[in-house]
Design a protein around this ligand. Sequence first.
Ligand SMILES: Nc1ncnc2c1ncn2[C@@H]1O[C@H](COP(=O)(O)OP(=O)(O)OP(=O)(O)O)[C@@H](O)[C@H]1O
Length: 255
Amino acid sequence: MNLLEINGLTQNFGGLCALSDFSIRFEGGELTGLIGPNGAGKTTVFNLTSGFYRPSGGDIRFKGRSIVGLRPHQITGMGIARTFQNIRLWNDMTVLDNIRISQHYSMGYALWDALMRTVAYGRGEQRIHRTAMEILEALDLRRYATELPRNLPYGIQRKVEIARALSVKPSLLLLDEPAAGLNSADIQGLIQLIQWIHDTFDVAIWMIEHQMAVVMKLCSWIKVIDFGVTIAEGTPDEIQNNPDVIKAYLGDDTI
Ligand SMILES: Nc1ncnc2c1ncn2[C@@H]1O[C@H](COP(=O)(O)OP(=O)(O)OP(=O)(O)O)[C@@H](O)[C@H]1O
């Protein structure tokens, strides 16, 4: 059984076909890239996979089950976590609370427990706190636990967002332009971090990225879309030398 299987995914927005007949498979453990020029439909693919949009056509199966029509939190609960192109942290909550809140889908207790502060509630909260601290420790973020995200450098905010996604122990992690807005030193750190996450956790990573150095360094397989249509897929070498890809990006120049 494939971890993720997308077949014939199509998304129309009014008269605009943002994505057409998109298919991909993950067996588990891959580090795969999704690239394409601005407006190609990349984030649409992630929004569909994570339940933010309901597709106009096609199917998305995760661990053998169709997830079309499920709510984002249900999909997260099944094991797909994501980050966003524009960082979406709760700026009035501490870093620790940002991580804790993302895990509440798996609390294992009902509203009643929360209202009555039952033993199950207490245990659930302790487990959430422990997991959050472990993930902060693992990503070397513990010192920021009590800080508000808005007071942190952009590169650290990115890392916190990745930590939050990882804290739900996903089997598939979607990273939407993780290098956006980072300086070159932060980008080197990000490359190392993503590689470390991939080597350390049992997680497949699917990444949208405009920074070719990041994609080419990290991904063993890359899919390219343009105007919602898949125009190429292959290894970094194959993609860099693919004339259709070069044309889509730069006309007649190289990437
Ligand atoms: N909710 C929406 N309503 C209408 N049009 C949308 C919506 N979301 C995306 N689009 C359109 O769909 C197309 C694909 O957008 P998408 O954000 O998926 O592209 P992208 O490849 O992620 O672009 P970028 O690299 O610039 O982030 C664009 O023309 C965009 O304007």
